[in-house]
Design a binder for this molecule. Sequence first.
Ligand code: NAP
Length: 282
Amino acid sequence: MQQVTLNNGIEMPILGFGVYQIPVEETEQAVAAALAAGYRLLDTAAAYGNEEAVGRAIKNSGVPREDLFVTTKLWVQDAPAQANTLRAFETSLTKLGLDYLDLYLMHQPYGDVYGQWRAMEALQHEGLVKAIGVANFYPDRLLDLIMNNEITPAVNQIETHPFFQRAEYQDLMREHGVQIQSWGGFAEGKNDLFTQPLLREIGAAHGKSVAQVVLRWLIHRGVVAIPKSVRPERMTENIDVFDFELTDEQMARIATLDTGSSLFFDHHDPEIVSWLAKRRLA
Ligand code: NAP
């Protein structure tokens, strides 16, 4: 598996498996199938409610811990967040049945962000997490976090797919040493992504599916991708993307699909901000 090197030297697979919206009773089986298909990066979150099932699948897989790259995410914490963050981290680690994480992400740019970040820095210093990062940070928030803290986030996991490509933002992140990771790489199928004519045409030229073209396009751009599927045949399809290359012309044509806006949440919309910022995990 191709790797990217994060800003602190840690290696991360460029393609992994996401478990958002997999019902908890199906998660263990799905993760077991993903590991059997060859995925080694697993992406979960406290807010997904399925960390225990991910942990069981890891434990029963027999895959050595050092071969895995496990990410989970901290949900929004109240101030003062340092103690709350450490408690939330312990809960996640226990649910996963692990003694360290490869990547711990702040899930949303809300709550006591600075308290949360300082606690995450401490976790990295203690060796309990190999790398720390953020998700859903727009440029203003990301730069402010970078400028006012010791550790620059290793990763920013943001909505990135053919209809919202984030190319300029990726350039800015690269300048600051922040690795872009895509969530919703298939836009969860919105805008009829899986039957989009241009993506189909490009796929046909390579004997590949639309899903494979999208993943190849992300990988070509150096974007870490974490497609979700509960179907083993799709897990196999989604990891089978390392035997073809998109041409510069094909990359340029896919660039024309960008709409420049989110298909999910606008993190600048006051209603969305207050909904996310007020939500607390049970
Ligand atoms: P996604 O990967 O864009 O799309 C998943 C959808 O695509 C599912 O409906 C899946 O259906 C379908 N699918 C998968 N492979 C396919 C294929 N080869 N052909 C046709 N359909 C296919 O959506 P996502 O789960 O939202 O995003 C991926 C991961 O990003 C998540 O699982 C999560 O780990 C992470 N994420 C993070 C955030 C954040 O705020 N940080 C937000 C959202 C997601 P089946 O399952 O039926 O195959």
